[in-house]
Design a protein around this ligand. Structure first.
Ligand SMILES: Cc1ncc(COP(=O)(O)O)c(C=O)c1O
Length: 356
């Protein structure tokens, strides 16, 4: 009854960066370890980010680095994680990490979590006695929903699991604990032979995929659920919104009924990992013609050209790693003259996406 294949499938990881940034220093991948009694393992107390760095003619370029790191800071603030890192520190650390990795393209994973003070251990739910630890790792990562998905699209289902209620677990924070909900959605979808699941919010309106935002095309109008539908304020979602504006398309935030998915002309996911991935069926009902639709293709083409540095972005979206001098933090200072790359740049277009 269940497809066993789905269980074993994972995204291809050709290379992993052999150093990890930890609280201002670079340490070896093998030394990036935590105690099993760390608060985070028992109570899910982490916040994190997922950022892509693309290969361009000017070398590796990190996509919307400051916006991702601003969301990271927002997530930490929501969970009262009182750390010492500034936006510039985190951006510079990521730039340095990519430089050191030698990778032309990669996925960057910053994480901040409640650790364990081994000399004064604390084991209760109260997070405050536990020290915070911040790490950033990177690896080369393939297409999240499969190599063919970008062109051919994916078959998905509506999940029996609802997305989080905003007053229980805030979906706008990218916290590790939220991904237990995502795992329920993803496992159910995979075991039933689908590539991904779409969760409804607690009122029954369309929310998002387990790791992606969703867009619906009806005629020539592009629609996406608002933040009040318990979605993560996706950076890729914001990029799609801005690309649509720039191309003169009508784009609206609307609450969407489940049935709207079945009668849409086109559907697609957006996300750092999934990028722009068309959806060709929902609950085995074919979406539109069952192929990537023309509007999805137009947005996808613009998005990929921007990420490759081949088309001007609506904002300052690419950080060209090799062209940046960074003021390194912590022990590993080798470029004392460096200036934080973007410190005078305004923060953030992305903020427009957290207002409904
Ligand atoms: C639950 C969820 N929604 C949406 C997204 C898309 O967000 P972004 O475009 O910032 O990667 C992600 C991926 O991070 C996610 O995990």
């Amino acid at each position: 009854m269940f497809s066993k294949d789905g269980k074993a499938k994972d995204v291809v990881t050709p290379r992993i960066c052999d150093v990890v940034w930890h609280d201002g220093e670079f340490i070896k991948w093998n030394d990036a370890r935590v105690h099993v009694m760390s608060h985070v393992l028992h109570y899910g107390s982490s916040i994190f980010e997922g950022i892509r760095c693309y290969a361009t003619q000017r070398g590796p370029a990190i996509f919307r680095l400051r916006e991702h790191m601003q969301r990271f800071l927002n997530s930490a603030k929501i969970y009262r994680m009182d750390h010492k890192w500034s936006l510039d520190d985190l951006c510079n650390a990521s730039i340095d990490l990519v430089k050191r990795s030698g990778l032309e393209q990669c996925y960057i994973r910053p994480i901040l979590f409640r650790s364990l003070d081994e000399e004064h251990p604390a084991f209760g739910v109260n997070p405050f006695p536990n020290p915070l630890a911040c790490y950033i790792g990177a690896w080369d990562w393939g297409k999240y929903l499969g190599d063919e998905a970008i062109e051919k699209g994916v078959d998905v289902c509506v999940s029996t699991w609802n997305r989080l209620t905003s007053n229980s677990m805030p979906a706008m924070a990218k916290s590790g604990a939220n991904y237990m909900n995502s795992q329920l959605i993803k496992m159910e979808a995979l075991l039933n032979g689908f590539a991904e699941g779409i969760a409804l919010d607690d009122r029954g309106y369309v929310s998002e995929g387990s790791g992606e935002n969703i867009f619906l095309v009806s005629g020539d109008v592009v629609l996406t659920p608002p933040l009040s539908s318990s979605i993560l304020p996706g950076i890729t979602r914001d990029s799609v919104i801005q690309i649509c504006h720039e191309m003169g398309m009508t784009i609206k935030e609307r609450t969407l009924q489940r049935a709207a998915l079945y009668v849409a002309d086109e559907l697609f996911f957006s996300g750092t990992a999934a990028e722009i991935t068309p959806i060709r069926s929902v609950d085995r009902i074919t979406v539109g013609s069952g192929e990537r639709g023309p509007i999805t293709e137009k947005i996808q083409t613009a998005f990929f050209k921007i990420t490759k540095g081949e088309r001007k972005a609506p904002g300052d979206w690419l950080t060209y790693v090799k062209e940046k001098q960074t003021a390194r933090v912590g022990k590993d200072v080798s470029d004392e003259s460096g200036v934080a790359p973007n410190s005078s740049e305004p923060v953030l277009n992305y903020q427009t996406a957290i207002r409904d």
